[in-house]
Design a protein around this ligand. Structure first.
Ligand code: ZN
Length: 218
Protein backbone atom coordinates (compact mmCIF):
# COMPACT_ATOMS: atom_id res chain seq x y z
CA UNK A 1 0.00 0.00 0.00
CA UNK A 2 1.20 3.45 -0.88
CA UNK A 3 0.04 6.99 -0.21
CA UNK A 4 0.19 9.30 -3.20
CA UNK A 5 0.56 13.07 -3.14
CA UNK A 6 0.28 15.00 -6.40
CA UNK A 7 1.94 18.34 -7.16
CA UNK A 8 1.90 20.20 -10.46
CA UNK A 9 5.35 21.71 -10.82
CA UNK A 10 7.15 24.00 -13.21
CA UNK A 11 6.08 26.20 -16.08
CA UNK A 12 4.34 23.36 -17.87
CA UNK A 13 2.67 22.04 -14.72
CA UNK A 14 3.99 18.51 -15.02
CA UNK A 15 2.57 16.15 -12.41
CA UNK A 16 5.00 15.14 -9.69
CA UNK A 17 3.90 12.20 -7.55
CA UNK A 18 5.28 11.64 -4.09
CA UNK A 19 4.60 8.02 -3.16
CA UNK A 20 5.08 6.69 0.34
CA UNK A 21 5.06 3.07 1.45
CA UNK A 22 2.53 2.73 4.26
CA UNK A 23 4.47 0.22 6.31
CA UNK A 24 7.84 1.95 6.43
CA UNK A 25 7.37 5.55 5.31
CA UNK A 26 9.94 4.99 2.58
CA UNK A 27 9.24 7.47 -0.19
CA UNK A 28 9.91 7.90 -3.89
CA UNK A 29 9.48 11.11 -5.86
CA UNK A 30 8.29 10.51 -9.40
CA UNK A 31 9.17 13.31 -11.86
CA UNK A 32 10.12 16.34 -9.74
CA UNK A 33 9.81 18.75 -12.66
CA UNK A 34 10.81 21.77 -10.58
CA UNK A 35 11.79 22.56 -7.03
CA UNK A 36 9.60 25.04 -5.19
CA UNK A 37 8.33 25.64 -1.63
CA UNK A 38 5.45 23.20 -2.09
CA UNK A 39 7.56 20.15 -2.89
CA UNK A 40 10.09 21.21 -0.26
CA UNK A 41 7.35 21.44 2.39
CA UNK A 42 5.82 18.11 1.35
CA UNK A 43 9.17 16.33 1.56
CA UNK A 44 10.16 18.10 4.79
CA UNK A 45 6.96 16.79 6.33
CA UNK A 46 7.69 13.23 5.21
CA UNK A 47 11.37 13.62 6.09
CA UNK A 48 14.09 13.88 3.45
CA UNK A 49 15.79 10.90 5.09
CA UNK A 50 12.79 8.81 3.97
CA UNK A 51 13.22 9.73 0.29
CA UNK A 52 14.91 6.65 -1.16
CA UNK A 53 14.35 7.15 -4.88
CA UNK A 54 13.80 9.80 -7.51
CA UNK A 55 12.10 7.92 -10.33
CA UNK A 56 11.87 9.48 -13.78
CA UNK A 57 9.29 8.43 -16.35
CA UNK A 58 11.48 10.04 -19.01
CA UNK A 59 14.18 12.62 -19.52
CA UNK A 60 12.34 15.76 -20.67
CA UNK A 61 13.21 18.95 -18.80
CA UNK A 62 9.71 19.54 -17.46
CA UNK A 63 9.90 16.23 -15.57
CA UNK A 64 13.48 16.46 -14.29
CA UNK A 65 14.03 20.14 -13.44
CA UNK A 66 13.86 19.60 -9.66
CA UNK A 67 15.88 16.38 -9.44
CA UNK A 68 19.17 17.91 -8.35
CA UNK A 69 17.59 20.00 -5.58
CA UNK A 70 15.62 17.06 -4.17
CA UNK A 71 18.68 14.81 -4.35
CA UNK A 72 20.83 17.42 -2.61
CA UNK A 73 18.25 17.77 0.19
CA UNK A 74 18.55 14.02 0.83
CA UNK A 75 22.30 14.45 1.16
CA UNK A 76 22.76 12.61 -2.12
CA UNK A 77 21.23 9.46 -0.61
CA UNK A 78 18.15 9.20 -2.86
CA UNK A 79 18.90 7.05 -5.89
CA UNK A 80 18.05 8.63 -9.23
CA UNK A 81 16.60 6.23 -11.81
CA UNK A 82 15.69 6.68 -15.48
CA UNK A 83 14.99 4.41 -18.45
CA UNK A 84 18.31 3.44 -19.96
CA UNK A 85 17.65 5.00 -23.37
CA UNK A 86 16.84 8.39 -21.80
CA UNK A 87 20.08 8.52 -19.82
CA UNK A 88 21.79 10.87 -22.32
CA UNK A 89 18.99 13.41 -21.79
CA UNK A 90 19.93 13.94 -18.13
CA UNK A 91 23.19 15.61 -19.00
CA UNK A 92 22.24 17.52 -22.14
CA UNK A 93 19.90 20.51 -22.25
CA UNK A 94 19.41 20.11 -25.99
CA UNK A 95 18.43 16.45 -25.69
CA UNK A 96 16.16 17.07 -22.68
CA UNK A 97 14.54 19.96 -24.60
CA UNK A 98 15.21 22.63 -21.96
CA UNK A 99 17.08 24.74 -24.48
CA UNK A 100 15.01 24.10 -27.62
CA UNK A 101 11.76 24.59 -25.68
CA UNK A 102 12.48 27.46 -23.32
CA UNK A 103 16.05 28.67 -23.94
CA UNK A 104 17.15 27.50 -20.49
CA UNK A 105 19.69 24.95 -19.40
CA UNK A 106 19.63 22.40 -16.61
CA UNK A 107 22.65 21.36 -14.60
CA UNK A 108 23.60 17.79 -15.52
CA UNK A 109 21.97 15.10 -13.38
CA UNK A 110 24.01 12.15 -12.17
CA UNK A 111 21.95 9.00 -12.58
CA UNK A 112 22.39 6.05 -10.19
CA UNK A 113 20.16 3.41 -11.79
CA UNK A 114 19.26 2.81 -15.43
CA UNK A 115 15.95 1.04 -15.81
CA UNK A 116 14.99 -1.82 -18.09
CA UNK A 117 11.65 -3.46 -18.79
CA UNK A 118 10.31 -5.49 -15.87
CA UNK A 119 12.88 -4.25 -13.37
CA UNK A 120 11.59 -4.33 -9.78
CA UNK A 121 12.26 -1.63 -7.21
CA UNK A 122 11.41 -2.21 -3.56
CA UNK A 123 10.08 0.85 -1.76
CA UNK A 124 9.84 -0.39 1.80
CA UNK A 125 7.34 -3.24 1.49
CA UNK A 126 5.87 -2.00 -1.79
CA UNK A 127 7.12 -3.36 -5.07
CA UNK A 128 7.36 -1.11 -8.10
CA UNK A 129 7.53 -2.74 -11.53
CA UNK A 130 9.13 -0.87 -14.41
CA UNK A 131 7.41 -1.11 -17.79
CA UNK A 132 9.40 0.03 -20.78
CA UNK A 133 7.05 2.16 -22.93
CA UNK A 134 9.02 3.90 -25.69
CA UNK A 135 7.30 6.27 -28.10
CA UNK A 136 7.12 9.70 -26.44
CA UNK A 137 10.84 9.30 -25.88
CA UNK A 138 13.10 6.33 -26.54
CA UNK A 139 13.56 5.52 -22.85
CA UNK A 140 10.09 6.33 -21.51
CA UNK A 141 8.94 4.01 -18.73
CA UNK A 142 5.80 3.56 -16.64
CA UNK A 143 5.82 2.55 -12.99
CA UNK A 144 3.32 0.02 -11.67
CA UNK A 145 2.78 -0.16 -7.91
CA UNK A 146 -0.21 -1.89 -6.33
CA UNK A 147 -3.34 -0.47 -7.93
CA UNK A 148 -1.51 2.53 -9.38
CA UNK A 149 0.08 3.06 -12.77
CA UNK A 150 2.28 6.11 -13.31
CA UNK A 151 2.38 6.72 -17.04
CA UNK A 152 4.51 9.83 -17.57
CA UNK A 153 3.89 11.26 -21.03
CA UNK A 154 3.02 7.89 -22.56
CA UNK A 155 -0.68 7.78 -21.64
CA UNK A 156 -2.92 10.71 -20.68
CA UNK A 157 -6.63 10.84 -19.92
CA UNK A 158 -8.19 10.49 -23.39
CA UNK A 159 -4.87 11.33 -25.00
CA UNK A 160 -1.26 10.26 -25.37
CA UNK A 161 2.17 11.81 -25.51
CA UNK A 162 3.44 13.64 -28.56
CA UNK A 163 5.99 11.84 -30.68
CA UNK A 164 7.59 14.65 -32.64
CA UNK A 165 10.52 15.27 -30.30
CA UNK A 166 13.90 13.58 -30.96
CA UNK A 167 13.68 9.91 -30.02
CA UNK A 168 9.90 9.87 -30.40
CA UNK A 169 8.12 7.28 -32.51
CA UNK A 170 4.41 7.03 -33.14
CA UNK A 171 4.75 3.36 -34.06
CA UNK A 172 6.49 2.65 -30.75
CA UNK A 173 3.95 4.75 -28.82
CA UNK A 174 1.06 2.75 -30.28
CA UNK A 175 2.78 -0.49 -29.30
CA UNK A 176 3.42 0.84 -25.79
CA UNK A 177 -0.23 1.87 -25.37
CA UNK A 178 -1.31 -1.59 -26.52
CA UNK A 179 1.05 -3.09 -23.94
CA UNK A 180 -0.53 -0.99 -21.15
CA UNK A 181 -4.06 -1.80 -22.35
CA UNK A 182 -3.18 -5.50 -22.23
CA UNK A 183 -2.30 -5.46 -18.54
CA UNK A 184 -4.60 -7.62 -16.45
CA UNK A 185 -7.27 -5.82 -14.46
CA UNK A 186 -7.78 -2.15 -13.80
CA UNK A 187 -5.44 0.50 -12.42
CA UNK A 188 -5.67 4.09 -11.35
CA UNK A 189 -3.66 5.96 -13.95
CA UNK A 190 -1.49 8.88 -12.84
CA UNK A 191 -0.27 10.64 -15.97
CA UNK A 192 2.55 13.13 -16.41
CA UNK A 193 0.15 15.96 -17.23
CA UNK A 194 -3.48 16.76 -16.57
CA UNK A 195 -6.02 14.75 -14.67
CA UNK A 196 -5.90 11.18 -13.45
CA UNK A 197 -7.95 8.43 -15.00
CA UNK A 198 -8.27 4.66 -14.95
CA UNK A 199 -6.84 2.12 -17.34
CA UNK A 200 -10.29 0.68 -18.02
CA UNK A 201 -11.68 4.10 -18.94
CA UNK A 202 -8.80 4.56 -21.38
CA UNK A 203 -9.22 1.07 -22.86
CA UNK A 204 -12.81 2.04 -23.65
CA UNK A 205 -12.52 5.67 -24.66
CA UNK A 206 -8.95 6.62 -25.59
CA UNK A 207 -8.77 6.92 -29.34
CA UNK A 208 -5.04 6.19 -29.31
CA UNK A 209 -5.96 2.75 -27.98
CA UNK A 210 -9.34 2.12 -29.57
CA UNK A 211 -8.94 3.99 -32.84
CA UNK A 212 -7.77 3.18 -36.32
CA UNK A 213 -4.07 3.28 -37.01
CA UNK A 214 -2.78 6.58 -38.27
CA UNK A 215 0.71 7.25 -39.51
CA UNK A 216 0.91 10.10 -37.04
CA UNK A 217 -1.32 12.73 -35.55
CA UNK A 218 1.43 15.31 -35.58
ZN1 ZN B 1 7.82 14.64 -22.14
Amino acid sequence: MIDIKTLMLGELGANCYIITDHATGDTAVIDPGAFDPRIDAALEQIGYDKVKYILLTHGHFDHIGGVNEVAAKTGGKAKIAVGKDDLPMLGDSVKNMAYPFSMTTLAPIKCDITLNDNDKIMLGESEITVLSTPGHSKGSVCFLCGESLFTGDTLFARSAGRTDFPGGSYTELKASLKKLAALNGDYDVYPGHDRKTTLQRERESNYFITGEDYDSIY
